[in-house]
Write a protein that binds this ligand. Sequence first.
Ligand SMILES: *Cc1c(COP(=O)(O)O)cnc(C)c1O
Length: 825
Amino acid sequence: MPDLHDGSTECDPFPETALPTDELAAVLADRLAEVPEWRSAKDPVRLGFAMSEPHPLALHAAGMFAARNPNNVGVHTRFGDGVRGTRRLEREAVLALGGLMRADSADGYLTSGANEGTLAGLRVGRNALRAAGCRRVLVIASALTHHSVAKAAEILDLGFKALPAKPSWVLEPAALEEAFDALEADGEDTGVIVVSTAGYYNTGLTDPVDRISALLGRRTDAPSRLRFFHHVDAAHGGMILPFTAPDIPFDFRNRFVHSMVLDPHKSGLMPYSCGVFLCRKGLLGHGAISAPMSGFVDETVTGSRSGATAAALWSLVFGLAAEGYRETFRGCLDLRGRLGDVILAADPDAVLLPSPGNTVLVVGFSTEGGHLPGALREHYRLVGNALPWTDAQGRVTDRLFHHFYVMPHMTVSHVDGFGADLAAALAAPVGPEGRPAPVTEAERATTEPPVPAELKHLRGTSACLRHLVVHPPQRRDPDDYPHAYSFHTFRNRAELGEQLRVETWPPSTDTEAQGGGELLVYAPDFDAPFANELFGVLSPRKFSLEVLDRNQQKLSLVGAAHLSVFEDADERPHTPVLLANFHGDGGFRSAEYKWGDRWHADELQVFEDSLVVKVGKDARSIRRTGDDYSFSIDTSLELRVTLTDGDAPPRLERVAQHTDPALPRRRHLLRGQYQRFPNRFFDVIVSLTVGRGFTGTVGTDDLLAEALQGGPLLARSADLGLARVLPRFAEGRLVTGLEEVRGEGSYEMSVDLGLGARLRRELEGIDVTEPENLEPRDVVAWAERLHPVARRLQLAAVDRDGVRHPHWPTGASGGKASAVRGSTA
Ligand SMILES: *Cc1c(COP(=O)(O)O)cnc(C)c1O
């Protein structure tokens, strides 16, 4: 699990020898046990998701055909196609589904799901509209549309316009008409792909497809610069509504519905992956590409497809048929009625909105903000969405609703069990993880406790990646919860209301560290200063020293204690921030020099046995809601130099190119991807080995030319932008030159090969392996003695004439004299 150790995910070597059969079986059995069952009492009940147990008929047919591995590549609904085997089964299933969707004549094929089916529909629509002379094509849908629509528009390079959701929660013809008028006024020949939905994921509702179709017909018949294509996303409703509410007109009975997607793996009792794309006969030609090497014309998005899936779908269409589906979904609707009853019994003031014909129930609970306790949401996999709502005063506001899917595998005992759990949860007093009040950004800004004024000068963010914390509720219990941790910074802590307590340290000595200024100590808890995350010593504007508690020491990536010298670094960018990191036993671990701003820096890390050059290290942290926050690091180039004893010349071990640094990278993750820490990314990793005593000269070309095949080693430097990286060895130093590719800028990071060993000898810490036994004054004394040495190290590395050279400064007093071995007296 490399990602849990250092946050980077690298590939594993492909196994050379086969696992013995019993081991293989054991691993698979273990993984199978991790997949929830549908009906077991101990597993979560997925009330918030549209998924269900596949039907045995489908599983049987899929298994029966799988061994022959038939390939259903292409489309099989045209004359002369699909006459044999699984292609025939696909043709018959698709055409029967076309009939179910009230099409007289249709083409279609099995897709991997609704994402692909919508992509196929929009592709056909775009190409047809272009063929009709539209130079501009765009997609219009409701803001509540499934994200697969925006994704397809993005893939096809089409503009996407989301019409704001109204309290009706459906696409209103009047809003469409307004949007069309605005486009018409532009005076350009425009193709518009309207996407309607039959069964919105979070409401279960269906758009008025008949009225939308009529509108498109009217506009097409009138003189207009607009041309239309209408795709219906029936992923959720398509396999349900025809059996429960056949009068809801969402399908091809409307003249202006051109294509449609169904999702049998969502609501049609099929195993994954199975969607169905349908369109009016003839339109598929707008997506045709000839495949000369296979001798056919390809009109699909995918290439090879599973024939076994077609057999499975066929066996449901013909083996269950309408009577089977009708019985299944009527049962779901009955059970949905019961679910509504148990919810009202627990929360009589809840607002219940069953969607017509669909198996979805949308509920606005009467709890504060409509929230439900976290444990209940977790066990029943419930998802809340804020939706526009007209309140009792007639105002439109956002209100939190939860949606419930009553799917075919569900039983009365699932529903009654939920009712009992809901009643118990709502009756219980509101605990710490009870119903959290919704906090808006604006409220947060006014209610957040400010960072203590004394700590203002402490790095508010993660210039020092101080330590990891475990997410609540097990935050202080990493052994039980090793996978949910993140970096924790002071500003985060203050934002969470976990303000650090700060006290002024009585000015005992007039040390250089204090410099006449005040010294502060801080901790979350002064009653147990070393047993509760951390204890810090701060000289505002100059430095901080932190000692982590036992748990944080276990999780920390940078040692058990660390001194951070930030003096001058904010004002003068060529002064590095310096971090000195220590192991629990007091031994020196590493010194990190960072030039740049607190987020984006070029760095040198000095260990006793290695040197690490980081070019363009970019750190981001994000707080989502409440106490959920995390961190990612994106480093353009990391040069790792392992130091061995002796004077062996440098040897290149590995160059790993993960991405092209010349391409702009998306800045870190999207907000929604931050929840899992750690995340570390590298464009390029270069590993070298060299003897610490090596004093010869080896240039960049000799080191790297072969591995790079003569090309440059590029990285995005924090200071220079895209730069050539030129590592070399000279006179007992590792020198890394950086030269801006499109400009004049350049500088060097240079470091003595022996610096780490020297720091190890000279910079001593105090033993913090048993932090509970420490006294604040021990740590303050350590900080006072450590700071002057570290400050001289920092100043020695200030950029002079474009050279940044960490070294042991002449005149730095011996570390032994200035450090103390820990006393726990
Ligand atoms: C589930 C769903 C999709 C996406 O379906 P996949 O099978 O995951 O591709 C698209 N639209 C709606 C309305 C859905 O409910």
